[in-house]
Design a protein around this ligand. Sequence first.
Ligand SMILES: *Cc1c(COP(=O)(O)O)cnc(C)c1O
Length: 384
Amino acid sequence: MSFSVLQRELDERKAAGLLRTRRTLETPQSPHIVVDGESYLAFCSNDYLGLAEHPQLTVALQQGAQQWGVGAGAAHLVSGHFAPHHQLEIQLAEFVSKPAALLFSTGYMANLGVVQALVGKDDTVFADKLNHSSLNDAMLLSRAQVKRYRHGDMAQLATQLAQTTSGRKLIITDTVFSMDGDIAPLREMLALCERHDAWMLVDDAHGFGVLGEQGRGSLSHFKLDSPRIIYMATLGKAAGVSGAFVAAEQVVIDTLVNHARSYVYTTASPPALSVALAESLRLIAEGEDRRAHLIKLIAQLRDGLTGLPWSLMPSDTAIQPLLIGENQQALQLSLSLRERGIWVAAIRPPTVPQGTARLRITLSAAHTQADVQRLIEALHELAQ
Ligand SMILES: *Cc1c(COP(=O)(O)O)cnc(C)c1O
């Protein structure tokens, strides 16, 4: 069998403006990067606090490697669970006010593991239509019944919950929606959980470190505390390193240790990463200045981008998507910015719904007001 069938699929994708390719960074993650030999002002990382190249984290990682070596060498349940992992789990649980926490190698794996461990074919998962792909994949892999509700539509979710009369019920949602930047109505969702005896998994990939008191995340932001909430956050975005964790009741964590396949059947992350992450947690907790600066930049951008032919989607977070609509136009705008030395990613279907291609502008505390002003001016020029 020839591979020409694959080439044809790729060619079709390209013709539709949907072919994805990678660019190679030649400098560390920061607002000022060199990509394929060219310098750019970038607005597309999820390094919201600017910690990815923080010198204290670099030193912590070096010291971690010095003390613990580079590889864990085994899965957590065999001989790969190290003191730094254990210590970090205790600190993370405390930070988000949950009884216990469990580290995963990535957020994608955490979501797969949690959903698959908690529900099965006799159960039902309720999911926002704009959830992150890892949550979508997780619910399919779990073999549970799936009910998807319109984005943020609590009335539809309530109806779906009421119609479900048997099995476990698990609501899964992004807290800050990764391609939209808006925040799920977690308080209303928790009320629905209580009324219908359901659990909820909240994916705080874009809230942890940014929202809430001391960056404790979305539960702190909404002042929510319930054993029904299973909290998940990633450690490669605002935390600037890599990995993810789930925080919940001890019985939930024990269940994950026993049943989450993406936890059990994989090598533990290097313990040195946990040493760096413990330092990152300190920087997050002490990061009020970074968060205040980020909030100022968000206001500056929203203010500066009024009067364009394209509008910013409603968002108060560091994710500020500029809705373009058509794929090729979004791609063209992204290319025109790039010619001006500014890098903003065009996000197209299937990552977002058809007809809603957008420039996903993300801000970081590492940006300056002058950086944001440069983007504002470039977009106004391109709108001419
Ligand atoms: C990035 C992201 C993930 C995946 O986390 P990784 O650690 O990158 O695998 C999961 N959920 C959401 C909402 C995300 O944005």
